[in-house]
Design a protein around this ligand. Structure first.
Ligand code: NI
Length: 371
């Protein structure tokens, strides 16, 4: 049955480019796939960013000066850092009168007739995805770059691999024709801020501007709106994540595989080795298409990942697979066994308790509501 699931996913990837362009066909196709999944599931046990403005900060130059406490420790705390809202059970239906969050509204708009009994997971931060098959997403940050991105696109095209590009707004407006090529060839376009600043050091107005300007520039260059962003250096505050999600509908995309391709001295073989050593099903791989050594490492890296049986998806496709899997698991889960009533504990009147068993009143502690 694992083979059935995997075959269905492969079919979806292969058919995806054709089917995803037609919304009606897509809904019908996904209905069919979801029904098969539901039947099968129970049996499946920035070193030198080439910015137009030379004064822009570079990732290598900025990294040593970053205040460590302000940086989200991505590699040290993988998925646990993401604030995951528990999936409600089948009985926890969303009241018809209440407006679901933007993220859920978008999914409902796509899957209006899909047999999903629970709302999609309200998760807005991803370091990797939980998927039932060897599917991964490779991402390229800080571009586009006129020297390296076009040849990378050639490599991806030769292998029919779709990737996700987290682009810097100032590069987008300087090389819009590369952005258009990225989108035209089926890759996902995503937001990586306007000038690659440390977002945690910005106020709300600057934060909004960094992302909104880039959002608009990407749409102008290729006609497609980004669905996600990645904070430069992986640094973003909890309240900032929520703000960005509410304003732009973005999910925050981090990573679980970091080949440190920005570090000098750069070495293509090390990039390849680190990626191959750490990639697993559901991984989101961080790389930078502004480095020649990174792009040089790609043919061998991509071929090795393919040889190991990995299928490439865009970040959005990977997230969708996680959500569909979670929904299907919930939809096909057996009815919960009724709990046996807990034994009744006799109530002891307060006046009968000896004085030493009454805990002294504790002063209220300040509760941190953010970060
Ligand atoms: Ni970056």
């Amino acid at each position: 049955m694992g083979t059935i699931l995997w075959t269905l996913w492969n079919f979806d990837i292969l058919a995806g480019n054709a089917v995803f362009s037609c919304s009606t066909a897509r809904v019908n196709f996904r209905l069919f796939r979801l029904s098969l999944l539901a039947a099968a599931m129970p049996l499946v046990a920035a070193a030198d960013i080439k910015l137009p403005d030379a004064a822009a900060p570079t990732e290598a130059a900025a990294k040593p000066t970053l205040p460590p406490a302000a940086i989200t420790p991505v590699t040290a705390t993988p998925p646990a850092a993401a604030p995951v809202v528990p999936v409600p059970g089948p009985s926890a239906a969303v009241p018809a009168s209440s407006e679901p969050p933007l993220e859920i509204r978008r999914a409902i708009a796509v899957d209006e007739k899909a047999p999903v009994v629970s709302p999609p997971v309200s998760k807005i931060v991803f370091t990797r995805c939980e998927v039932p098959a060897p599917v991964i997403a490779i991402t390229f940050d800080d571009g586009p770059n006129p020297d390296h991105t076009p040849r990378l696109l050639d490599m991806l095209k030769a292998r029919n691999i779709k990737a996700t590009f987290f682009m810097v707004g100032r590069c987008v407006v300087t090389w819009p024709h590369i952005v258009k090529r990225i989108a035209d060839e089926g890759h996902e376009v995503a937001n990586h801020s306007w000038s690659h600043p440390l977002l945690t050091s910005l106020g709300n107005t600057s934060l909004d501007s960094q992302l909104q300007k880039t959002h608009d520039a990407i749409i102008k260059a290729c006609g497609k709106a980004p669905l996600h962003y990645r904070p430069p250096y992986g640094a973003i505050g909890m309240s900032q994540r929520k703000r960005i999600h509410e304003k732009l509908g973005y999910s925050t995309i981090l990573w679980d595989v970091d080949p440190l391709d920005w570090k000098t001295p750069r070495n293509s073989k090390k990039v390849e080795d680190r990626i191959l050593a750490n990639t697993k099903s559901g991984s989101i791989i961080l790389t930078h298409d502004i480095h020649g050594t990174t792009v040089d490492a790609m043919p061998a890296t991509l071929d090795a990942l393919i040889a190991r049986g990995y299928q490439f998806a865009t970040v959005s496709q990977l997230i969708e697979l996680e959500r569909e899997t979670a929904s299907t698991v919930v939809a096909t889960a057996p009815a919960p066994v009724p709990l046996t009533p807990e034994p009744t504990i006799p109530v002891v009147p307060m006046s009968t308790l000896p004085p030493e068993t009454v805990a002294p009143a504790q002063p209220a502690k300040a509760v941190s509501v953010d970060e």
